[in-house]
Ligand binder design. Structure first.
Ligand code: LER
Ligand code: MN
Length: 268
């Protein structure tokens, strides 16, 4: 398994990001601490100089682990389940722009908050249909470019569906595309799953990406999650992808990044 850390090119209110407001310093620091990859939380690819990013990644011998897209939901209000068709189409267009960008780095694209929530009424099934259809279109677009898409299971206090692995598996069946995988996040799992081990084993062959973060959203080792159990379950299912630290930059970014990777490496 490889280890990545999350950065954001913009300042953001989304808390669990190691380095914000640019990419050069964050990438340099992650590489210095021994990270294999960087995940960029990116509202839109317009915010980033692609050629400069390529150069900085090369110079620091680190790969682009993935593109996180949730800031487009948080800041721009773009989701697949918005009642307004124009917003839904804009959300799909934004993900396609992210896919085109990511394909230049052979990196996957993550769909988290951009799937949106479901209404609490008779339009629920319709909204699920919109999200499934949007994912099908994005997966087809990504497939042509050799890219995978990950759908993240997020806890109930942020979105009202796709909160756990079993819902995620059902969703994968509905979308029915071979380049769509589950993305688990140990912070959300700690709230939603009754067993880390069982839910990971249940997702054998379907997990594309992992956010590794403790119960308090600090670096692994600062809270009470049992990472030995998680890593041994991931080994058991043959997971070889990234463990990406999406963590609060606390007590300060460098300490979080350094302690986090030291803790995880020791368990691998
Ligand atoms: C994003 O990766 C995440 O985990 C969510 O909590 C976003 O709000
Ligand atoms: Mn996450």
């Amino acid at each position: 398994m490889k280890i990545a850390g999350v950065i954001s090119v913009e300042e953001t209110k989304f808390g669990p990001i190691l380095y914000k407001g640019g990419f050069e310093e964050g990438i340099r620091k992650l590489a210095e601490f021994g990270y294999d990859g960087v995940e960029i939380s990116l509202r839109t690819p317009e915010l980033i100089d692609k050629e400069r990013l390529k150069k900085v990644l090369e110079e620091n011998k680190i790969s682009l682990a993935g593109i996180g897209t949730g800031q487009a939901a948080l800041k721009d209000g773009l989701t697949f389940t918005d009642p307004d068709e124009r917003i839904r189409e804009k959300a799909i267009e934004r993900i396609m722009e992210q896919i085109s960008f990511a394909s230049e780095f052979s990196a996957p694209v993550i769909i988290g908050l951009m799937r949106g929530s479901l209404p609490d009424n008779s339009n629920r099934e319709k909204a699920i249909y919109w999200a499934v259809d949007a994912c099908k279109r994005c997966c087809d677009f990504a497939k042509e470019r050799g890219i995978d898409i990950y759908i993240e299971m997020i806890n109930r206090y942020e979105v009202n569906w796709l909160n756990n692995v079993s819902e995620g598996k059902e969703f994968l069946k509905k979308v029915d595309k071979d380049n769509l995988f589950l993305h688990i996040d140990t912070f959300h799992m700690n709230i939603e799953e009754s067993s880390f081990k069982e839910s990971i084993l249940e997702a054998e062959g379907l997990i594309g990406y992992v956010h590794i973060v403790d119960s308090n959203r600090w670096a692994p080792g600062y809270g009470h999650i049992n990472f030995e159990e998680i890593l041994s379950a991931l080994k058991e299912i043959g997971y070889e992808g990234f463990l990406s630290l999406e963590i609060f930059p606390l007590p300060d970014p460098d300490t979080a990044a350094k302690k986090g990777i030291e803790f995880v490496r020791k368990l691998l």
